[in-house]
Design a protein around this ligand. Structure first.
Ligand code: SF4
Length: 331
């Protein structure tokens, strides 16, 4: 008899790994897909947990970038934001639609997710799941094995491909049942119990909001810069000051042609990027901020700046605490 194939959305976290395990144990073939974006904390540090989980489960795995079109979803979410700039309901709709298209291509009959009823305040309460099902047109085709017994019967259950009795009825924010299952199933290479998304982090959300307000079309480069350094806003200027050697090097790479670069020569100094109009006031301010975070704390600090290389000189006093606090976008 031909085996049934399904697509499981692996986040790199524990819940989707357990959901996959529950479905595999029922004799369903699975392909794991992971949607990636520059906002995913699970991917920081170079280790891809979803790939490791797929290997442990013995299933094929595909990484799918959400792409620049995802930025539009974040900018204008139909169902609003969570605590930060996280448009969770829209985000789920977006990836499930993409997953459904992939499922169609590979001949998968249904989708499997690690969603748990009531676990996430925005996207996993009953009404949100109903909205997601309605907006994606996938009602009945998304199996959520961890909470399936609390939800309406899906097509794989109705068709007898999956035994509903062997699915679970987990609800709420406690992670005890999942952690116990992780032990029982020896699932231990997962990112963190709840996954992670930069869009939910308050300081990052503030910087992103500022970026959306100032720029119509944002790029991966913009997001890369948002993840680095201290960010200051002065009218049309954004000033980014590196916090350590690694960030300084990354800032050099992400600097665009129109940006200015600044640093204090011959001493430990941040690399600073100045974006926006290069007025005398903006250059002076960027230089004062660079001086503030350098090891030169005298009253007159020479800062070098320029478009391709810092070759011009300006002498400034380091920016005082009050000024940095007023302009800092993360505070
Ligand atoms: S937390 Fe982030 S990745 Fe997860 S659903 Fe919300 S926006 Fe999407």
């Amino acid at each position: 008899m031909k085996k049934i194939l399904a697509l499981v959305l692996l986040s790199g976290g524990l819940d989707s790994a357990l959901a996959a395990k529950l479905v595999l144990d029922q004799g369903i073939d699975l392909i794991g897909i992971q949607f990636t974006s520059p906002f995913c904390l699970c991917n920081q540090g170079g280790k891809c947990h979803a790939a490791a989980i797929a290997i442990n489960l013995g299933i094929p795995y595909k990484m799918v970038p959400k792409g620049e079109e995802y930025f539009k979803i974040i900018r204008n979410p139909k169902f609003g934001y969570g605590s930060g700039m996280n448009p969770c309901i829209d985000c789920r709709i977006f990836i499930l639609k993409k997953a459904a298209a992939i499922a169609k291509n590979v001949g998968a009959e249904f989708l499997v997710t690690g969603e748990v009823l009531g676990q996430r305040p925005m996207s996993q309460y009953l009404q949100a799941l109903k909205i997601i099902d309605r907006e994606t047109g996938l009602a009945g085709k998304i199996l959520r094995p961890l909470s399936a017994k609390l939800l309406a019967e899906t097509e794989p259950e109705k068709n007898g491909w999956v035994d509903r009795e062997k699915l679970l009825a987990i609800e709420g924010r406690s992670r005890k049942p999942q952690l116990a299952m992780a032990k029982e199933f020896s699932v231990n290479d997962y990112a963190c119990a709840a996954g992670g998304c930069l869009l939910t982090v308050e300081q990052f959300a503030r910087k992103l909001k500022d970026l959306f307000q100032r720029k119509e079309k944002i790029t991966f480069n913009d997001i890369g810069l948002l993840k680095l350094g201290r960010h200051f806003r002065y009218h049309q200027n954004r000033i980014i000051v590196g916090r350590d050697h690694g960030e300084n090097e990354a800032l050099r790479k992400l600097k665009l042609k129109a940006d200015y670069i600044l640093e204090v020569p011959n001493i430990s100094s941040p690399v600073t990027i100045l974006q926006g109009p290069k007025t005398k006031t903006a250059i002076r301010l960027a230089a004062r901020l660079t001086a503030r975070y350098s090891d030169n704390q005298t009253k007159r600090v020479t800062v070098k700046y320029g478009r391709t290389k810092p070759v011009k000189k300006i002498i400034v006093s380091p920016a005082p605490q009050l000024l940095t606090a007023r302009l800092n976008l993360s505070l």
